[in-house]
Design a protein around this ligand. Structure first.
Ligand SMILES: Cc1cc2nc3c(=O)[nH]c(=O)nc-3n(C[C@H](O)[C@H](O)[C@H](O)COP(=O)(O)O)c2cc1C
Length: 357
């Protein structure tokens, strides 16, 4: 039987050539938000390697929305040119370029992992962070200020303006980052949202900002372009956001022109006990898909072809989203095709290496 992993997927006006997605991965390699040669080679290699969709790392919609001063951004028109060069190369390889639009909220103004991952004070290139409530992520993180009405309007304006730039930069998929304890996830979870206005309290109020962001993006994003949302399906913590909440949210999002839920978990609470292991988040993609009918992407320690194929065969997800395996092997899709007996084209320049002998 033909491998499902190498079957195309149609989403609105877009066809992905296979089900393999490069998960967004921060490179912490930008200055002033600009993409550069690193991003071209890093992302370009995965396009050469046969991925169907490549989602650029968390890309900040505003300078204060960066996790670190080294994050990629799309808050000014000057950012577009290099992004366009990279998306054009990706398309030339038969792949599709997507981007994860992000605002880091109270987890902003920190340093990259290899600079210690610690808070960056304002006098050393850091900035005042914002959040639903004035509650730091932990003692090691900056104290955020609670967003007021004008601050919330700015977030919406920033997502809207970023979406215009995404179109100009040639992206075909936008993924809104509403996971991992960043701004939008902070609003969902009662552990980080203690507001008493229309953005806090009830479930409807806590998901309001995400719905407003979705609407702002969809005002600009063409109807034939897919829109994904990455969520943390659970906080893995008593009293926090749960899989039941995620199912309820997905039921709303599918009526708001969102096309796929990328089901990650965690990140909003330090020291959550997460049972990390092969495919440990697949059950969340499966449950959201089964209970709401919205397409999902499975992510988290998916590292081999047969494992990925089985997830699709079991109807647990529509896309297989992979991060670290792609750092070990940029050509994972080409290797997976050989393993599953699917004949996929290699770049003509590499064809002489397609057969072992
Ligand atoms: C280097 C690195 C950077 C990451 N950056 C992001 C990011 O920008 N946005 C995001 O949503 N997740 C990010 N993640 C999480 C991955 O997208 C993915 O969800 C996670 O690594 C689990 O998948 P894996 O087991 O295939 O690595 C990052 C992970 C790694 C390893």
């Amino acid at each position: 039987m033909a491998a499902k992993l190498f079957s195309p997927l149609r989403l609105r006006g877009l066809e992905l050539k296979n089900r393999i997605v490069v998960s967004p991965m921060c490179e912490y390699s930008s200055q002033d938000g600009f993409a550069n040669d690193w991003h071209l080679v890093h992302l370009g290699s995965r396009a050469v390697g046969g991925a169907g969709l490549i989602i650029f790392e968390a890309t900040a919609v505003s300078p204060e929305g960066r996790i670190t001063p080294d994050d990629l951004g799309i808050w000014k028109d000057e950012h577009i040119e290099m992004l366009k060069r990279i998306t054009s190369f990706i398309e030339s390889q038969g792949s599709v370029a997507g981007v994860q639009l992000a605002h880091a909220g109270r987890k902003a103004s920190t340093s990259s992992p290899w600079k210690g991952g610690v808070k960056v004070p304002e006098d050393q290139g850091g900035w005042q962070t914002v959040a639903p409530s004035a509650l730091p992520f932990s003692d090691a993180y900056p104290m955020p200020v609670a967003l007021d009405e004008a601050g919330i309007q700015k977030v919406l304006d920033d997502f809207r303006a970023a979406t215009k730039r995404c179109l100009q930069a040639g992206f075909k998929v936008i993924e809104i980052h509403a996971a991992h304890g960043y701004l939008l996830h902070e609003f969902f979870s009662p552990l980080s949202n203690q507001r008493t206005d229309q953005y806090g309290g009830s479930f409807e109020n806590r998901i309001r900002l995400l719905l407003e962001v979705v609407a702002a993006v969809r005002e600009i994003w063409p109807t034939d372009h897919p829109l994904f949302v990455r969520i943390s399906a659970t906080d893995w913590t008593e009293g926090g956001w749960s899989i039941e909440d995620s199912v309820a949210l997905a039921n709303v999002l599918k009526t708001k022109d969102v096309d796929l839920i990328d089901a990650s978990t965690g990140g909003n609470v330090p020291n959550a006990r997460i049972p990390v292991g092969p495919g440990y988040q697949v059950e969340f993609a499966a449950r959201i898909r089964q209970e709401t009918g919205i397409p999902t992407g499975a992510v988290g320690i998916i590292t081999d072809a047969q494992q990925a194929e089985t997830i699709l065969e079991n109807n647990q997800a529509d896309l297989i989203i992979m991060a670290r395996e792609f750092l070990r092997d940029p050509y994972f899709p080409l290797h997976a095709a050989q393993e599953l007996g699917a004949d996929v084209p290699w770049p003509v320049q590499y064809e002489r290496a397609k057969r072992h002998k």
